[in-house]
Write a protein that binds this ligand. Structure first.
Ligand code: NAD
Length: 441
């Protein structure tokens, strides 16, 4: 089989590479010339564990190609996967201009039947817009070529993207065409041999499934963060509460860790977009509105604790930040809590030195030299008045406390991910604030 994947970001590049891994001929298309140039030379524009060797292997085997020409990729293709960005518009709705640009271009150039699949996260009704836009382009050419549309939302997690794609919990296919369903089922067959289900449904349900999934996960996070806030007021420990509720199989123990709020390229925008869709349908999704406002508050909880500790005066304080990416194992900083924390600290006049194992280049690209960067986690601590732990990278979990104490001016840790034990912090002599647990002083 032969497919095109349009957009070579976190989703498109992983999708294209994993399909190529099963023997499919894949052409990945991007409008970003530099990205395509780099990819052709085996330079991977994102940090995603395991991706680089897999790209190289499939390029070497002549199954994976990169181009800026969508037209070129469409020749004899069975399916086009649209995996371009859908950033939030001003009102929170998903901006569909990139998706519809691709649909139009497909209509302008396609010569044979194909199924046009939206893999980007798109609001209900988008597949219909894709169909209409593509058809208009065909009409403009005065040709009548058969095609189908399908919605095939992607559930991969950055940092685990390859594994998630190769061994998905489920594959959702929304289409009203048996032919399209057959093509997609054949493409996904290698990924479901271990019993992972393909769940077929109508297109609007598939489109809504993706938003409902991300919104549910965001809800779990905000719920637990708000419980953590209550824990602090009543002297409870959120980790004990988490273990207590997570052992109930109806609740489950995943995604109920308190922290500094969710970020990333998906949860914030998808929660916003679902609220917007709901409002437009005269239904107020009050739960999600609360999820969002709890999250906004949570993103600066560490700075508030710091302000409290320093009597509201952070001017000239040297603050070390461990972790800049929105979660471990990725360089993605879109909507990262670190960005809100940095903004608030700078507004208070603090001096910040950041360290992240992989996201420092991305941070420099986003916020330039508004903070200083350390070469390793310990260098960030030199003369620090406090350490803020923002992202729970594994290498921060068992640091050398003696070295830390030698380097830091104040032995003060603000842990936004609850990775240290209270008893250990007490034994080591740190002043320690975390989320939803008693402070150690
Ligand atoms: P991204 O920003 O990393 O990549 C998008 C790519 O599309 C960019 O390389 C851009 O240059 C390219 N592009 C834009 N317009 C184009 C066009 N007309 N032709 C060709 N290329 C074009 O985005 P992403 O994180 O991969 O997300 C893509 C979609 O998948 C979004 O809708 C997102 O919500 C969804 N999604 C993302 C994740 C994730 O973890 N990142 C997971 C599931 C779903």
């Amino acid at each position: 089989m032969k497919i095109s994947v349009v957009g070579t970001g976190y989703v498109g590049l992983v999708t294209g590479t994993c399909f190529a891994e099963t023997g499919v001929t894949v052409t990945c298309v991007d409008i970003d010339k530099d990205k395509v140039q780099d990819l052709r030379q085996g330079i991977i524009p994102i940090y995603e564990p395991g991706l680089e060797p897999m790209v190289k292997n499939n390029v070497d085997k002549n199954r994976l190609f990169f181009t800026t020409s969508l037209q070129e990729s469409l020749k004899d293709t069975d399916a086009v996967f649209i995996a371009v960005g859908t950033p939030p518009d001003e009102d929170g709705s998903a901006d569909l201009q990139y998706v519809l640009d691709v649909a139009r271009e497909v209509g302008e150039h396609m010569e044979n039947y194909m199924v046009v699949v939206t893999k980007s996260t798109v609001p209900i009704g988008t597949a219909e817009k894709v169909r209409k836009t593509l058809k208009e382009a065909l009409d403009k050419r005065g040709v009548n070529i058969d095609f189908d549309v399908a919605s095939n939302p992607e559930f991969l997690k950055e940092g685990d993207a390859i594994d998630d794609f190769l061994k998905p919990d489920r594959i959702v296919i929304g289409t009203d065409s048996a032919k399209a369903e057959d093509i997609l089922s054949r493409l996904y067959k290698p990924f479901v041999l271990n019993g992972h289900p393909v769940i077929s449904m109508d297109i609007p349900s598939a489109e809504l499934t993706k938003y409902a999934a991300n919104s549910m996960l965001a809800t779990k996070i905000s719920f637990m963060n708000d419980i953590a806030n209550l824990c602090e007021l009543v002297g409870a420990d959120v980790n004990s509460v988490r273990r207590g509720i997570g052992s109930d199989s109806r609740i489950g123990n995943k995604f109920i860790y308190a922290g500094t709020g969710y970020g990333g390229s998906c949860f914030p925008k998808d929660v916003k977009a679902l609220i917007n869709t709901s409002d437009k349908n005269n239904h107020s999704l009050d739960i999600l509105k609360a999820v969002e406002s709890v999250n906004e508050r949570q993103k600066t909880t560490l700075v508030n604790k710091l302000m409290y500790h320093f009597n509201n005066d952070l001017k000239g304080k040297k603050i070390a930040l461990w972790g800049l990416s929105f979660k471990p194992h990725t360089d993605d900083m879109r909507e990262a809590p670190a960005l809100s924390i940095i903004e608030k600290l700078r507004a208070e006049g603090a001096e910040i030195t950041g360290y992240d194992p992989v996201a420092m280049e991305e941070s420099k690209r986003r916020i330039g030299d508004s903070i200083q960067y350390a070469r390793d986690q310990y260098e960030a601590l030199v003369d620090a008045d406090a350490l803020l732990l923002v992202t729970e990278w594994p290498e921060f979990r068992t640091p050398n406390y003696n070295v830390m104490k030698k380097l830091m001016k104040n032995h003060l840790i603000m842990d936004g991910r609850n990775i240290y034990e209270l008893s250990e912090m007490k034994n080591q002599g740190f002043i320690y604030y975390s989320i939803g647990r008693k402070a150690v002083k």
